[in-house]
Design a protein. Structure first.
Length: 737
């Protein structure tokens, strides 16, 4: 055979699949071979794919089209930010195929990439990597339409104005089928994993496919036998084009709401492969990515879909577009705010809980699963030193847990007459306490914010003064909130002294230990939070110090029965409750009736690893912050030697795993120094390997390093400190110049 026009879908570094196809096609000088772009990234050997294609130029008429991955690779050769973006979006495997250095890319490979065409057109066909606008000539197509939009995202009007059959790559299909949208044929099959590389003779419709290990597929039957050039789109295809997806029957087994085991395995397999790849490359992703643009947000803000969307396309959008445009909170370099870990074991626990969908608010509905949460709560009570009469429940996070504590305190201490009841907290206490008090019915003016001492702990003398003043003016002191790890500095209040004041004034003593509480697993943490076992209630966030995913908080109370007056309600449609604290009906002691089965998120990882792993990891975080503290002190001396006007002020030495600090300049006003520190943190975050956040202490803008993720170890902290130093020296040198 000769004079063929053959299109090959996106190769993505799968050299074995490409060689297998070429061995069967055997192109000669009369054939035109159109490769649809995306030769590099994701697959095992992009360098070899480019080598094969450059050799092919002497064998046949090769028409290589330009794909978005080629654009990213070309841009990666220009600057560091583009390089990081490319590696993050699939370029790591390509980089490895060139020995880990883009300087190793041969000149003829660079020439090949730079000479790829935007499109190719014949009398009957248009070949293009991605979406296009049929209302314009190919030369008039905007670049972003040609290269950056999935066909599934683009505007594809009906009828097709050019009257030509369009062969598109870029949009992955299911298991190697070829999607037929009337005048458009999608043949990209993302040749890696279990997908197929597709070649099609555009005039005869003959299809050939090979897997990434070079296996040629058995004779392939196309989805349609139509005459593409002369047929009009089917009515159903119009619906598919309207929603920019392949027809629903392409994955009918995944579209039923009633999954059987086989369909569910297919679903989980697709998702698990993407998640596994995500975890494999987590260290490579930027920590502080650019915010999503208006165009991306507009794409998501769509009308409710009337037709099904291909799952592969949804996963591509999530993992390639949506998730990257976020803070990478699971990264070891995430040292901002209070890091959340996101244990994969807990994600699996959630999968089990959500799939089995058992109801745990009422004991008799799921006794073993309700007992798992009760057991977890008991573990946490023992950790903080509460005795056998204690109890509690898991929540969505610290906000709801603190709200529940305030309600319990109100009901038990003053009942319904709380208009004059007052709550006391330092000015460093998390603002969720303000919100919780207001939601619990307290006027905003009834929350007293107490000044702090030089260590950002609540000032005991000021607290006593305010309590005395309130009593003298008719207010009723109700509750004092202690901090066991503030967000700003990690400060831990003097809990034994607060207990003395609470006893003297008949106050409910509550501890917000959402961040710091799990350091009670360590010897140093127990010393710092000495006296916490004598408090009335404690809030913990397992999604902080136990590293489980966001959405897991906890309220513990010293006396479990204090929860009943606040939350024990019923109705005629409710089943009988056990009335037994050892067979807990969580709807009787917590705000929620319908609630997640949260206990598994903690129970599974603790059972799998034992509590010792968590103890050692939290001890490591305390060690790491001491390393950071010492380094910053030494860096301050180095900066001062370089320019005596500069110094680093440690605004809050570590009490747990946070250190706050700032650059100071003599003879500069506060506004100038604050602006300089804001610039400093921006310079640090621009590297992309770590993310820090700042705060304001006594009107001074300061930087914070918070070490808490289970993935953060000495290597990433040292990288962070090196970038802190490099950016600081740059600022000092600019002043010297």
């Amino acid at each position: 055979m000769s004079n063929r026009i053959i299109a090959i879908g996106d190769i993505h570094g799968c050299d074995a699949a490409l060689r297998a196809l070429l061995d069967v096609i055997k192109p000669d000088a009369t054939d035109t071979l159109v490769t649809l772009g995306d030769y590099v990234d994701r697959g095992p050997n992009s360098a070899e794919v480019i080598h094969i294609l450059t050799d092919l130029i002497s064998t046949c008429r090769l028409v290589p089209l330009l794909g978005n991955h080629e654009i990213m690779m070309i841009n990666a050769m220009t600057n560091r930010r583009e390089f990081e973006f490319w590696v993050f979006n699939g370029g790591k495997s390509t980089l490895q195929s060139y020995g880990g250095d883009l300087n190793n890319v041969p000149q003829h490979h660079r020439t090949f990439l730079n000479h790829c065409q935007k499109f190719y057109e014949t009398d009957g066909h248009i070949f293009v990597h991605a979406a296009y606008d049929p209302g314009l000539s190919m030369a008039q197509q905007p670049d972003d339409l040609l290269f950056w939009q999935h066909v599934g995202d683009g505007f594809i009007p009906d009828p097709h104005i050019s009257g030509k059959q369009v062969i598109c790559g870029h949009t992955p299909q299911l298991d190697g089928e070829i999607a037929d949208l009337g005048h458009i044929r999608l043949i990209d099959t993302f040749c890696y994993g279990d997908k197929w590389l597709t070649a099609i003779n555009v005039e005869t419709g003959e299809v050939l496919q090979s897997s990434s290990d070079g296996v040629i597929r058995e004779p392939y039957t196309d989805l349609s036998n139509r005459d593409y050039q002369n047929s009009q789109p089917k009515e159903s295809a119009g619906i598919a084009r309207q929603n920019n997806v392949p027809p629903a029957d392409a994955e009918s087994d995944l579209l039923s709401l009633e999954y059987d085991g086989q369909s569910f395995r297919k679903l989980i397999d697709k998702v698990s492969r993407r998640l596994a790849d995500h975890l494999d490359h987590l260290d490579d992703y930027p920590v502080h990515n650019s915010p999503a643009g208006a165009e991306l947000i507009a794409e998501i803000d769509e009308p409710i879909p009337q037709q099904p969307v291909n799952l592969d396309l949804l996963l591509d959008r999530l993992f390639d577009k949506y998730i990257p445009a976020t803070f990478n909170t699971a990264s070891p370099g995430y040292l901002a705010y209070i890091p959340g870990g996101g244990l994969p074991e807990s994600a699996v626990a959630d999968l089990i809980a959500k799939t089995t969908n058992r109801y745990v608010s009422v004991w008799n509905a799921a006794p073993p699963l309700a007992q798992i949460e009760s057991t977890v709560v008991r573990w946490l009570c023992e950790m903080v030193g509460y005795g056998p009469g204690a109890g509690g429940f898991l929540t969505t996070g610290g906000s709801i847990a603190n709200l529940s504590a305030i309600i319990a305190a109100r009901v038990n201490k003053v009942g319904d007459d709380f208009g004059n009841a007052t709550i006391y907290a330092s000015n460093q206490t998390h603002h969720c306490i303000d919100k919780a008090a207001f939601m619990a019915g307290f006027p905003k003016i009834n929350l007293r914010r107490i000044p702090v001492d030089n260590d950002f702990k609540i000032d005991m003398d000021e607290l006593q003064t305010v309590i005395d003043a309130d009593r003298s003016t008719g207010f009723q002191p109700l509750m004092v909130v202690a901090n066991a790890g503030t967000t700003n500095t990690g400060a831990v209040d003097d809990i034994p002294r607060l207990r003395q004041i609470a006893d003297q004034e008949d106050l409910w003593l509550h501890v917000d230990a959402a961040y710091g509480g799990f350091f009670m697993l360590t010897e140093r943490g127990r010393e710092i939070m000495r006296g916490i076992d004598g408090t009335d209630s404690i809030v913990l966030d397992p999604h902080k110090g136990m590293f489980v995913p966001y959405g897991t908080g906890c309220l513990l109370v010293k006396r479990r029965d204090d929860l009943l007056p606040a939350f024990q309600f019923t109705s005629e449609y409710m089943p009988a409750m056990t009335g037994d604290r050892y067979r807990e009906d969580f709807c009787e002691i917590s705000p929620e009736l319908s609630r997640d089965n949260r206990g598994l998120r903690i129970w599974i990882p603790v059972k799998m690893h034992g509590i010792g792993v968590f103890e050692r990891l939290l001890d490591e975080k305390l060690d790491l912050i001491e390393v950071a503290h010492k380094y910053l002190v030494e860096l301050g001396a180095k900066l001062h030697d370089r320019n005596p006007r500069f110094a680093i002020e440690i605004t809050a030495p570590p009490q747990l795993s946070i250190v706050s600090f700032r650059l100071t300049i003599s003879d500069c006003n506060l506004e100038t120094v604050n602006a300089l520190n804001l610039r400093w943190i921006q310079e640090i975050n621009r590297y992309g390997s770590v993310m820090l956040t700042g705060t304001t202490l006594n009107k001074r803008y300061v930087l914070r390093i918070c070490v808490l993720s289970f993935r953060t170890h000495l290597d990433r902290l040292e990288q962070c400190l090196a970038e802190v130093a490099e950016s600081a020296l740059k600022i000092v040198d600019e002043f010297n110049a």
